[in-house]
Write a protein that binds this ligand. Structure first.
Ligand code: SAM
Length: 330
């Protein structure tokens, strides 16, 4: 059976599909605050065909993202359709969603009922004023908090919260997020800031690293590291009293490219083999020209074989990715 393996022997089983590059937030570290969508959106049937073919090639997890995926009407039905796919082992693929949570409270239960397995909600502060300064949208905090709680009520367990820390901006939120994890019974995961923003403001000094986060959080309460699987991107820690978990995703200070198992499809149907790819591969163009499934399979297998070995963040001669995060799908 054909499966997806690259030249470095990594087996690919995680797929992220961006279903729009529009976003209702203008987070200071992600967007310029002026631009809207830059790329097309495809009908859901086109993403579904791509997903079906990729699941037939060994994909077992599909994460929907954007832009802000909840801006797309029809997402509930799309989740339902994805649950009908079967992996090469005959199972339902795991379906996950990454969202800013702004529109989530209304739709969390419907997503769960449609077959969504997991949800990750992005929050970069746990106080309303700071939240508004980061997102550049007034009164978002209450909506997102309502989305977090609605997700838990709907049984999307565990709810994960993604937080990007920027030095001098929200690094003082580390301990408040530790408290939040314990009070709201969510898993908070800090992500090191990567050079993928529209404004190109990244410097190594802005990155708040894994070691710093662990050190700072331990001043609040002792942490115990939880054993994690090799392909897991997050280092996981529980508070020593057993209440609450945090994770740290450290692509900058502790890169995990050697066991990367991901590929991505952008909202306009391009295949990307790395967040930092300097080119992408137009799968949708082939579909538009009427390619049969076999041709698409051949194309995908060839593209994935050539997946980049690793990113080069912080190295001399680093070449920025051909798209920024919001237009790739985080
Ligand atoms: N709108 C959705 C959301 O807010 O979760 C999905 C897209 S967003 C681009 C996905 C995640 O990428 C968010 O958690 C965001 O904080 C994170 N992100 C954006 N730019 C980033 C960067 N330069 N480095 C690390 N994470 C970033």
């Amino acid at each position: 059976m054909l499966t997806l393996t690259d030249h470095f022997g990594r087996s690919i089983h995680d797929l992220r599909i961006s279903i729009t590059d529009r976003c209702n937030y203008k987070c200071v570290y992600c967007r310029t605050g002026t631009n809207g969508a830059a790329y097309a959106e495809l009908p859901f049937d086109d993403y579904l065909r791509m997903a079906r073919i990729l699941v037939g090639l060994g994909i077992t997890k599909i994460r929907l993202t954007g832009g802000e995926p909840l801006l797309r009407k029809g997402i509930v039905q799309f989740v339902r359709d994805l649950t009908q796919l079967r992996t090469t082992e005959g199972k339902k693929p795991e379906i996950a969603l990454t969202t800013n949570g702004h529109l989530l409270a209304e739709i969390a239960q419907a997503l769960k009922d449609a077959g969504l397995d997991r949800i990750t909600i992005s929050m970069d502060a746990v106080d309303p004023e700071r939240f508004a300064r980061i997102t550049r949208v007034p009164n978002g905090y209450e909506s997102v908090l309502a989305g977090v709680r609605a997700s838990r009520r709907a049984g999307l367990d565990p709810v994960k919260i993604n937080c990007v820390l920027l030095r001098g901006f929200n690094e003082d939120q580390i301990i408040p997020f530790g408290m939040f994890a314990r009070e709201e019974r969510v898993v908070v995961r800090f992500i090191e800031f990567m050079p993928l923003e529209e404004d190109r403001v990244w410097t190594p000094e802005i990155v708040v690293t894994l070691d710093e986060i662990v050190r700072r959080m331990s001043e609040y309460l002792p942490l115990q590291e939880i054993a994690h699987e090799r392909s897991e991107t997050a280092r996981r820690y529980r508070f020593a009293d057993g209440v609450g978990e945090i994770g740290i995703i450290a692509p900058v200070s502790h890169p995990f490219c050697g066991h990367c198992s991901r590929i991505r499809i952008t909202s306009d149907g391009r295949l990307r083999t790395c967040l930092f790819s300097v080119w992408d591969h137009d799968l949708h163009e082939l579909m538009r020209r009427g390619a049969a499934d076999e041709e698409l399979v051949e194309f995908i297998v060839r593209v994935v074989e050539n997946k980049e070995e690793r990113h080069h963040i912080g190295e001399p001669g680093f070449v920025p990715a051909s798209r920024t995060m919001v237009h790739i799908g985080g």
